[in-house]
Design a binder for this molecule. Structure first.
Ligand code: ATP
Ligand code: MG
Length: 253
């Protein structure tokens, strides 16, 4: 069965897109068939795998509005078994346009049901908000993966996010689970990183990935070349960390 994983955190710039691209690419490298759906109008995941957002006439935006079939917008990447559904800035209008639609929270879930190609994993990269787009992702997913930076305010945001997940479980998607909390941009030498990480271990041990993703400049450089880190720099610390995460992720299945 396909597992659908939503990568979410309403905080901006916490490593959602970097995690979605590089965990997806690492699983593809391990032979899994993976689809990444870019559900963010910023289209960072689209650009990060080498697809020019301004060239795309049809994206996930038309899919949500019911104007085009999801199968028609699946694009190939440089990694053969890693495919992508692109986004662009038009998607920002979807929030308002979908407001009066029937089943507006399930537009993405319904579209995914019609996928013809079989994937082992579908990742959904969310925008930094608990908006209708993120609600569509959480309604479509089996699980949610939460990247976090080990900073003081991260823990406050986490409580809000967990409350929202509980609300979605109660009202829209009773099957939604927490796939895991992932510590990213981790700095082993910073005492705040260690303290917050310790708090996470204390309170969330059972859902915490043991793999730590370090702060690594190669992970930040790779998207400007339109490449997942595993292609851009296969030996970089960050690349190896996402491969280790993929192993841990598969073991938990
Ligand atoms: P947004 O909320 O805007 O969608 P995001 O949560 O998707 O942001 P990213 O775009 O993945 O976050 O990361 C934010 C910035 O931090 C980017 O410039 C990215 O390249 C950089 N970055 C992410 N992870 C790492 C890392 N482990 N080491 C160094 N830089 C990183
Ligand atoms: Mg992002």
């Amino acid at each position: 069965m396909t597992e659908i994983v939503c990568v979410a955190n309403q905080k901006g710039g916490v490593g959602k897109t970097t995690t979605a691209i590089n965990l997806a690419a690492s699983l593809a490298d391990k032979g899994k068939k993976v689809l990444l759906i870019d559900l963010d109008p910023q289209a960072n995941a689209t650009m990060g795998v080498g697809i020019e957002k301004s060239d795309q006439e049809q994206t996930v935006y038309q899919v949500l509005l019911g104007l085009v079939d999801l199968n028609a917008v699946v694009k190939s990447t440089v990694i053969p078994n890693f495919k992508v559904v692109p986004s662009n800035r038009n998607l920002a209008a979807a929030e308002l346009e979908l407001a009066d639609f029937e089943r507006r929270e399930y537009r993405l879930a319904d579209a995914i049901k019609g996928l013809k190609e079989n994937f082992d994993f579908i990742f959904i990269d969310c925008p930094p908000a608990l908006s209708l787009l993120t609600i569509n992702a959480l309604s479509a997913a089996n699980s949610v993966l939460i990247p976090m930076q080990c900073e003081y305010f991260a823990l406050e945001g986490l409580t809000d996010l967990i409350d929202s997940i509980k609300r979605i479980q109660n009202q829209l998607n009773p099957n939604l689970k927490i796939c895991g909390l992932l510590r990213v941009m981790y700095d082993r030498r910073a005492s705040l990183s260690q303290q917050v990480s310790g708090q996470l271990e204390k309170h969330f041990y059972s859902v915490l990935f043991k793999t730590l993703i370090p702060r690594n400049i190669r992970l930040a450089e790779a998207p400007s070349f339109g490449q997942p880190a595993i292609i851009f720099d296969p030996q970089a610390q960050g690349t190896l960390a996402y491969l280790e995460l993929a192993t841990e992720f598969l073991k938990a299945k």
